[in-house]
Design a protein around this ligand. Structure first.
Ligand SMILES: C[S@@+](CC[C@H](N)C(=O)[O-])C[C@H]1O[C@@H](n2cnc3c(N)ncnc32)[C@H](O)[C@@H]1O
Length: 271
């Protein structure tokens, strides 16, 4: 199974304050959908705990929920939330096959975290065509990113990282990268779904130097791989400068993400 590491980021506006509460409206709307999802498939999960942490915010949930968690590990986790218990399970599936990989007959909702910027436009279109149940995709990169303070080579790094972001990740074409939120919204709206989005940026503070440094290192590695070799010295110098800043507690970053919820149109009533 191909792995999908997070692709490119690009510098943009100064870091905006995180608005963590707004994104929680989407899982609440999912839990409150009519009919309410009772069993959800978590597509492309790798850590049940990550999925579970996300789902704690399903404030509308009142009954136990079940999640089938697609990963090659037999893991079951019970998550106790104020609204009830979620069961998170691990299954094996190659999601490159799109909706065919998912036991949709057992699910009344699809959720994913940090997956849909890896997939292709075609993959999203096929998913939208196959689904008649809610689709919730959290943490899709949206390109509103930057390291702070700024550095003269930021644009070069951003270019390389953006190129890496759209590299084919095995989902039937170029990865969507930062185009993911808009592409998903268009595909699901075209099928009559009601689509809502909310920002869910990662804010990496200067008080977490190891995290800030790792992020910069990841960007540099991706840019090195994506750009001509002649850019190597500039990219390495950028990474060294960023590491020094991080170790002095001077480096912060904002990685823009957008969450998306698509709710299907109500089923047509028979006359
Ligand atoms: C960025 S990670 C996100 C993981 C997890 N959802 C989380 O939020 O921590 C992307 C995940 O997609 C998985 N993945 C990539 N290609 C896949 C494929 N063809 N089939 C199934 N999973 C895949 C990777 O193994 C990885 O776990």
């Amino acid at each position: 199974m191909p792995t999908g590491l997070h692709p490119g980021r690009r510098a943009a506006a100064a870091p905006a304050p995180a608005r963590p509460r707004r994104r929680h409206r989407l899982p609440a709307a999912l839990a409150g959908a009519d009919p309410r999802p009772l069993a959800a498939l978590d597509a492309g999960g790798c850590r049940p705990r990550a999925a579970a942490a996300r789902l704690r915010h399903h404030r509308g949930a009142r009954h136990p929920r079940r999640l089938d968690h697609h990963r090659p590990r037999d893991t079951t986790l019970l998550v106790h939330t104020p609204q009830g218990v979620w069961r998170v399970e691990a299954l094996v599936a190659d999601l490159a096959a799109g909706p065919r990989a998912l036991p949709l007959e057992k699910a009344d909702g699809i959720v994913s975290t940090a997956l849909c910027d890896l997939v292709s436009r075609r993959w999203v279109r096929r998913m939208a065509e196959a689904l008649a149940i809610p689709f919730y995709a959290a943490l899709n990169v949206d390109g509103r990113e930057g390291f702070y303070p700024s550095h003269p080579a930021d644009r070069l790094l951003a270019r390389g990282f953006r190129r890496d972001q759209i590299r084919d990740k095995g989902f039937g074409g170029a990865a969507l990268g930062p185009a993911a939120p808009a592409a998903m919204a268009a595909a699901f709206r075209a099928r009559g779904f009601a689509v809502r989005t909310a920002p869910s940026p990662w804010i990496i503070g200067a008080n977490t130097p190891v995290m800030a440094d790792s992020l910069a290192e990841g960007h540099a590695g991706a840019a090195l791989a994506a750009l001509p070799r002649g850019h190597g010295p500039a990219i390495r110098a950028w990474a060294e400068a960023r590491r020094a800043q991080a170790m002095r507690g001077r480096l912060s970053a904002r990685i823009g993400h957008t969450d998306l919820l698509a709710l299907p149109p109500p089923p047509k009533r028979r006359r």
